[in-house]
Design a protein around this ligand. Structure first.
Ligand SMILES: [Zn+2]
Length: 343
């Protein structure tokens, strides 16, 4: 009898111990994992992919990048993007420059003379100048500006830098950190980018990524931005590549991003400065990488290189704002953003 009574007690104890030994760690893991997901989710934009398409269209009209526009709204509206209109937000990115001319008649004809000019940097001033309702979106702004296509007016738009805009909007330190986190993490491109539409961005070694062109440098100082022909007056701001810099940039090595053949070495490339181009044939696709603003080229035309071969040194030649590498990448002749493809 005694034994029979003890046995169930012992069993209970073992079960209890098993629950503690296995259950608690599992519970801790589950809690930690869901907390991590919650934290991550709260930082990431809640925009649906279909909404990002609108952001892409709106950004193209404003001349900024869609990433900048998504990040601006994500942080500004604390990730609550459901009722946000990207076409309205895009107006915040616009600067408008105008000139007004007057025709002066003279005996032998006449001439146009400048009466006034100015730059408008707030949406309110742009709406007021164009005499359109407050909260008109970017389509309405451009349409209204189109009506000024007359000899007595010049109206041009250019995009603001995101860095300037967040200062203008008095973002807090935490908000600025959030902006930086989103802009540098690459997560936006992973989530919403066109990267995956490229048929074969696999490098020759089959790793799926090209190599990082400046192994000593890790700061992205300027991103790729597509040239935008303005529908009315044709002002554009394009950045055809990605700028990479960092401490000790000057003279640090520049490496071929993949196996290929050097197709040009230009020691006097004007704005581009000293620059080298490498062609990479991958399958039926032709990729060309171009490395600009070098302080020295360490390659010759026709030279075969492999991924990581040093082909030059980072510099400040041509037009630049300090030593950095400007990397351009074309895919079958089309300029594309190299950043999502290099690692
Ligand atoms: Zn550049």
């Amino acid at each position: 009898m005694e034994n029979n009574r003890k046995r169930p007690k012992k069993k209970k104890k073992i079960v209890k111990r098993a629950v503690i030994v296995i259950g608690i760690p599992v519970l801790i893991i589950i809690i930690a994992f869901s907390a991590m997901l919650t934290i991550l989710a709260s930082f990431m934009p809640s925009a649906a992919v279909s909404m990002v398409d609108d952001y892409k269209k709106a950004a193209e009209l404003a001349g900024c990048t869609w990433q900048e526009l998504v990040v601006y709204d994500t942080v500004r509206f604390h990730n609550d993007l459901e009722d946000v209109n990207p076409y309205l937000s895009a107006v915040d990115f616009m600067k408008m420059y105008y000139e007004i001319y007057k025709y002066v008649e003279t005996e032998d004809g006449g001439y146009w003379t400048l009466v006034s000019s100015g730059t408008l940097i707030t949406p309110e001033s742009i709406w007021r100048w164009l005499r359109i309702p407050k909260d008109s979106d970017i389509n309405a702004v451009l349409e209204a500006a189109g009506k000024y296509a007359r000899p007595e007016f010049v109206v041009q738009f250019s995009p603001k830098e995101l860095d300037d805009l967040i200062i203008e909007k008095k973002f807090t330190e935490e908000q600025i950190e959030w902006v930086d986190m989103l802009m540098t993490s690459g997560a936006l491109d992973e989530m919403f980018g066109d990267v995956h539409d490229l048929p074969d961005y696999i490098d020759s070694a089959g790793t799926g990524y090209f190599g990082w062109p400046a192994p000593a440098l890790h700061n992205i100082t300027s991103k790729f931005a597509v040239a935008r022909k303005h529908p009315v007056f044709g002002i554009t701001r394009a950045h055809n590549g990605v700028d990479i810099s960092g401490p000790g940039a000057m003279g640090s090595p520049v490496c071929a991003i993949d196996d290929g053949v050097v197709i040009s070495v230009n020691l006097n490339g004007g704005e581009r400065g000293i620059n080298v181009r490498v062609q990479h044939n991958i399958g039926d696709d032709v990729w060309v990488s171009r490395y600009q603003h070098l302080s020295a080229a360490k390659a010759t035309v026709g030279q075969k290189v492999t991924k990581g071969t040093v082909i030059g040194a980072v510099g400040n030649s041509g037009i630049g704002t300090g030593p950095h590498l400007h990397l351009e990448l074309t895919y079958n002749g089309v300029l594309i953003d190299p950043l999502p493809l290099i690692k």
